[in-house]
Design a protein around this ligand. Structure first.
Ligand SMILES: Cc1cc2nc3c(=O)[nH]c(=O)nc-3n(C[C@H](O)[C@H](O)[C@H](O)COP(=O)(O)O)c2cc1C
Ligand SMILES: CC(C)CC(=O)C(=O)O
Length: 335
């Protein structure tokens, strides 16, 4: 992990209520996948290309992945995250503790709305309209959650409710129900719903939580605007591969037809470079944003993005400004 991010993590752990720290940090089951998401990056090395000359790009291919309940990390919650993003795409969780309209108003760059399709399609449609009215630039449908993941640490702490005064604000006053309603996960959600969403809105519809290449093909066939290869930061099923290990096959299946974002375990500029070399168009950052937010609010999130940007561009320059799959090898590989 980049040392500045490690420092923010340590500070976050020191200031957070331990139950809330564990909600953010934890994963499902034995947390095998949680650990492997990061370990997968460390098992790989880059073979740089040299003496290429020419100009190195300055694009920063990073999005802020959707994470719930930012007010558990800092009183300014998602407003601080949105302000800090400064042009970086914010994918705002449906379970945010600030209404989506306020998140968009605080952001200077694009905000995308992460959606769990609700079994009551009237509720889903109202959420879509809220995202549209707020000015969101895309919908990101999370597909890896037919049920809630069983987060061991939350179960041990008995943590399932937000403290008094905090709520999932986007879920307030929907389809005739006053006050916030619970987010429902449903195993009934299918590719057909992607079609229905596309019929409902002109916003681009992304799908998040794809690991199987056949699902990536289905996603393209159903007209998605992009795919997020993700195992939800090791929070849904503790039997899946590290998201990085699932990336190359998905990238091959998609074959450039839509962008492919990778999230899970990205903790340094070098990690971003490896993901891009293996076929990602960009990466999503989950927990490091929460650590920055908890440690130092808006300034902490800015620091996370600045550190990653600086380190990524440094690594890219070291690699001759190009990143391709032939440049990634396993550690211990002999030329
Ligand atoms: C505390 C927490 C809350 C999350 N909430 C959501 C959510 O509301 N919707 C969603 O699609 N993904 C959610 N995720 C998953 C993230 O979008 C992302 O896939 C994951 O955090 C990436 O891994 P990383 O934390 O290792 O960077 C959450 C992850 C964490 C850690
Ligand atoms: C409130 C939950 C739906 C947030 C989530 O997706 C998670 O904790 O991983």
């Amino acid at each position: 992990m980049n040392p500045a991010l490690a420092e923010l993590h340590d500070k976050a752990r020191a200031v957070l209520d331990p139950v809330h720290y564990d909600f953010f940090a934890g994963g499902v089951g034995d947390e095998v996948v949680l650990a492997e998401n990061e370990a997968a990056f460390r098992s790989l090395a880059l073979l740089p290309r040299v003496l290429r000359g020419g100009k190195i790009g300055t694009d920063f291919p990073v999005l802020i992945s959707p994470t719930a309940f930012h007010k558990l990390a800092h009183p300014d919650g998602e407003l601080a995250t949105a302000r800090a993003a400064d042009g970086t795409v914010v994918v705002s969780s449906m379970a945010s503790t600030v209404p989506i309209a306020d998140v968009v108003a605080a952001a200077t760059g694009p905000v995308w709305f992460q959606l769990y399709v609700q079994p009551d399609m009237a509720v889903t449609e109202e959420l879509v309209r809220r995202a549209e009215r707020a000015g969101c630039a895309a919908l990101v449908v999370t597909a890896d959650s037919p049920v809630f993941g069983r987060h061991r640490r939350d179960i041990e702490h008995g943590f399932h409710d937000l403290p008094a005064g905090l709520a999932a604000e986007n879920m307030r006053d929907l389809a005739g129900v006053a006050g916030p309603r619970d987010i429902a996960m449903s195993a009934d959600v299918s590719w057909e719903h992607i079609g229905r969403l596309r019929g409902m809105t002109s916003l681009p519809v992304w799908v998040k939580g794809v690991l199987h290449p056949a699902d990536a093909v289905l996603a393209v066939e159903h007209g998605v605007a992009g795919i997020v290869v993700s195992n939800h930061g090791g929070r849904q099923l503790d039997l899946v591969p590290a998201s990085l290990d699932a990336l190359p096959a998905v990238a091959d299946a998609v074959a450039g037809r839509v962008p492919v974002v990778l999230d899970g375990g990205v903790r340094s500029g070098g990690d971003i470079a490896i993901a891009l070399a293996l076929g990602a168009t960009a990466v999503g950052i989950g927990r490091p944003v929460l650590w920055g937010l908890a440690a130092d609010g808006e300034a902490g999130v800015r620091r996370v993005l600045d550190v990653l940007r600086d380190e990524f561009l440094h690594v890219l320059t070291m690699c001759g400004g190009v990143l391709s799959r032939d440049m990634v090898v396993h550690r211990g590989f002999r030329c």
